[in-house]
Write a protein that binds this ligand. Sequence first.
Ligand SMILES: Cc1ncc(COP(=O)(O)O)c(C=O)c1O
Length: 376
Amino acid sequence: MLPGPVDVPDDVLLSMSKPIINHRGEDFHRLMKSIEDSSKQIFKTKGNVIVLSSSGTGGAESAIMNLLKPGDKAIVPVFGEFSGRLASQIETAKGKAVRVNAPFGTAPSVEAIESAAKENRDAKGIFLVYNDTSPGTTYRMAKELGEVAEKYGMFYVLDAISVFGGDELPMDEWKADVVIAGSQKCLFTPPGVALVGVSDRVVDFVRKNPPLSTYFNYASYVDYLAKYETPFTPALPIFYALETALSRISKEGIDKRVSKHRIAASAYYAAFEAMGLQPFVEEKFRSNVVISVKYPSGVDDLKFRSAMEKSYNTIITGGFGELKGKIFRIGNMGIIEKSRVMPTVAAVGFSLKELGYSADTDKAISIALDKLKGLE
Ligand SMILES: Cc1ncc(COP(=O)(O)O)c(C=O)c1O
């Protein structure tokens, strides 16, 4: 039950055992077309969705390399480890990150970000981590921020690596120029590829301002995509897995998938509150895909997670950076079923009990079951 990588369904996993084929041949063209058709539907975009053979960080790097040159500014709301990392990643590429900070567990207001845009009209873009996986915070005003970016003529980039497929993100409607998704999270595919939705505006910009990167040049991915190919050798087994996962998602419907994540998240939060635990994040920013909960005083992080694993075969994670030892986090990503939520809720209650914290697990179970009625 990690916030990525997540368990992969058997049919997705088994599709990786297909032969390694010519990536310039017709079989690959069929595979890439299928990936592209499902992706556009799931991203809700008329733009292109390119698939990079890299983890999510490569996807984020691609946005930086294509949109920024050394010395260029970008506005970055920072409210967790991953948004802090994105700002540092921009600086490593010799860009200037204008950080708009908020304490972990909350998020900067749209007004604060807009005033940074007003003071830095030369910034090239707003780079938002839509779901910062470290505190478990989802930026709920992402749509409004798209309007701010448009108003100031900036590109709008969303690192949606950990949340894409698990919460709403209609790319075109929210005026996003780049949306980055990770394979190993809500798309229930093995790690190793990043899907990147790119607007036509970005591709035009890149053609006129070629990036200082060969591997991540968006224009070359879009040109190859026109013939259903990738410019460089793709990670074929993961492309097979991705095709299977995306076709499952598009058959089920992205809106349905999002609603399943939302229902299961509400069951977790309600159950933990019934146990007397406190979610780490302010209510309006709580993530549907990473459930983060404060430890009650006296409960040791390592002992708790070891009880979860040894006694209940359930692997969850702790906090990191400034949240180390203070919270535990459960991934609610990908396969969303009652048969996964309920044992996890029970394991949390029983493991806390093993460590001497008395949680009302019976009450938590009955509340969670009630909330899960909306799941098929
Ligand atoms: C929000 C966010 N951004 C970036 C990353 C880095 O992704 P990867 O480890 O796939 O490179 C992660 C990984 O968990 C993430 O959650």
